[in-house]
Design a protein around this ligand. Structure first.
Ligand SMILES: *Cc1c(COP(=O)(O)O)cnc(C)c1O
Length: 422
C-alpha cells in the first residue's frame, strides 16, 4: 500500500520514485487506454517540464494545445488558488461572479451578436455533446442529416464520437446516437452536392476551422464562407469546433476570425475548451443569437461541475493574461517566423510546414513521425506525432524565439534518410 497522500508529497514519501518505478505502478493501476506513458512528469515551469528522474524537456505540445501560459504561470496559479480559497464549488443552482464574467468575456471575444449565450462544460467532448443536443432541438424530426468532415476529431463521448471520422475510434462503439455523413475535407463541390439534394433535411454542419488531430489542416480559404452561405440558405446550423484552434491558438481569439479562413463568417455555435483554462479543465459552448441560444431551454441540459467558480477563474485569468501580455500578436509573429525557419531548413525529410499561429504541422516525407517524436523526447523536446507522417507543435504562447530554435536545430540535424529513423 502506498498510504493516503495528504498535503505535500514529501511528507509521506508516497510520491517519491523513479520513472521506471512509476511506470510499473501506472500499468498496474491505470487503465491501458493510452498505452504506457512516455515519461512520468513531476514539475513544470514556463515552457519546461521535468520528469521523475530529474530530466528537463522543452514542452512544444503544451498538454495538447492546453498550457497556453506555460506551466505554473503565477497569474493563473494565484487566480485559481484565490478562488478555491474563497468559494470553490456551488452547483448551477447558484451563480458566481467569475462564471458570469467569463461568459461575458467569451461573448465579447467571439464578437457574438446580441442575444448570444454561453453554456459551460468541463471538456471539449462535453461542449460537443451540448452542441449535438442543441442541434437535435433544431432538427426536430424533419432534419435527420448531420454533416461533418473527413479527418474530423470532435471527442470520445458517444455524441462527439459520432462526429469523429477515424474508424478505429468510432466503429467499435457503433451504433452511435447520430448518423453522420462525412464530406471530403475542404472540397467545395462535395459541400455543394451535400446540400443540392435534401439540403433542407440538414440539421447542422460541424467543422474544425483547422483540423488538429488530423495533422494541423486548415480549411481552404473560402470554405467556411460557402458553408455559411449554404447552411443559411437551407436553415441548417453551422457549428465550428474551436476546441483546439480557439482562444488565441492561431493568433486570433478564434481561428474562424482569420481573414482567409472564415473572416466575417458568423457561426451558429462555437465550441471551446483546451486553451481556455490554460491547464485547468474548462470548456464552453457559445450559441450565437437568441434563436440558437434558445434551443436548449430550462431543464434540457445540465452539469454539476460546468462553469464552477474555480474553472471560471482560470478562464478569466487565461484570457486576461493573453490580452495583458499581447500574446495574440506574439503567437502570430512567432508562428510565422518559426514556419519560415523550418521551411528554410530545406531538409529532405520535411515535405511541408503548415498551420496558423502556434498550431503547426510538420509533414514528413515518410511515415516516421512517431520515431522522430521519440528521438525528440530523448533529446529533451516534447512534440507529438498527430499522424504517421505529421509532427504537431502546439506550444505555450509564452514560447520565445530562442526556444523555437532548439526544435528547428533538432529537426535540421535529423538524418536525411528515413530508413535511419525506423
Ligand atoms: C481535443 C478536442 C476535442 C475533445 O476535447 P476533450 O477535452 O478531449 O474532450 C474536441 N474537438 C477538438 C477539435 C479537439 O481538438
Amino acid at each position: 500500500m502506498t498510504g493516503l497522500i495528504v498535503g505535500e508529497p514529501d511528507q509521506t514519501g508516497a510520491l517519491a520514485g523513479s520513472g521506471e518505478q512509476w511506470t510499473r505502478r501506472y500499468t498496474h493501476a491505470v487503465m491501458d487506454t493510452f498505452g504506457p506513458p512516455q515519461r512520468v512528469l513531476v514539475r513544470g515551469d514556463g515552457v519546461w517540464v521535468w520528469d521523475a528522474d530529474g530530466k528537463r524537456y522543452l514542452d512544444l505540445l503544451g498538454g495538447i494545445a492546453v498550457n497556453v501560459l506555460g506551466h505554473a504561470h503565477p497569474t493563473l496559479t494565484a487566480a485559481v488558488s484565490a478562488q478555491l480559497g474563497t468559494l470553490g464549488h456551488i452547483s448551477n443552482f447558484f451563480a458566481s461572479p467569475t462564471q458570469i464574467a467569463l461568459a461575458e468575456t467569451l461573448l465579447d471575444i467571439a464578437a457574438a451578436p446580441e442575444g448570444s449565450r454561453v453554456f459551460f462544460t468541463n471538456s471539449g467532448a462535453e461542449a460537443l455533446e451540448a452542441a449535438v443536443k442543441l442541434t437535435r432541438r433544431h432538427s426536430a424530426a424533419s432534419r435527420p442529416r448531420l454533416l461533418a468532415l473527413e479527418g474530423a476529431f470532435h471527442g470520445r463521448t458517444l455524441g462527439a464520437l459520432a462526429l469523429t471520422h477515424k474508424a478505429a475510434y468510432r466503429e467499435p462503439f457503433e451504433p452511435l446516437g447520430s448518423q453522420v455523413e462525412f464530406l471530403p475535407f475542404g472540397d467545395l463541390e462535395a459541400l455543394r452536392a451535400a446540400f443540392a439534394t435534401d439540403g433542407d433535411q440538414v440539421a447542422a454542419l460541424v467543422a474544425e476551422p483547422v483540423q488538429g488531430e488530423a495533422g494541423v489542416r486548415p480549411l481552404p480559404d473560402g470554405y467556411l464562407a460557402e458553408a455559411r452561405r449554404l447552411t443559411s440558405e437551407h436553415g441548417a446550423l453551422l457549428v465550428l469546433d474551436e476546441v483546439q484552434s480557439g482562444i488565441g491558438r492561431t493568433g486570433r481569439w478564434f481561428a474562424h476570425q482569420q481573414s482567409g479562413l472564415g473572416g466575417g463568417v458568423v457561426p451558429d455555435v462555437v465550441t471551446v475548451a483546451k486553451a481556455l483554462g490554460a491547464g485547468f479543465p474548462v470548456g464552453a459552448l457559445i450559441a450565437y443569437g437568441p434563436s440558437v441560444a434558445g434551443l436548449l431551454g430550462r431543464g434540457q441540459h445540465g452539469t454539476t461541475f460546468g462553469g464552477n467558480p474555480v474553472a471560471a477563474a482560470a478562464g478569466l485569468a487565461t484570457v486576461g493574461v493573453i490580452e495583458r501580455d499581447g500574446l495574440l500578436a506574439h503567437v502570430t509573429e512567432l508562428g510565422e517566423a518559426w514556419r519560415t525557419a523550418l521551411r528554410d531548413l530545406r531538409h529532405p525529410l520535411v515535405s511541408e510546414v503548415r498551420g496558423l499561429g502556434l498550431l503547426i504541422g510538420v509533414e514528413l516525407a515518410a511515415p516516421v513521425a512517431a520515431a522522430v517524436a521519440t528521438r525528440a523526447l530523448d533529446a529533451g523536446i516534447i512534440v507529438n506525432a498527430a499522424t504517421p507522417t505529421t509532427l504537431r507543435l502546439a506550444p505555450p504562447y509564452v514560447l520565445t524565439s530562442d526556444e523555437t530554435e532548439l526544435f528547428t536545430r533538432f529537426l535540421g540535424n535529423l538524418p536525411a534518410d528515413p530508413e535511419e529513423l525506423r
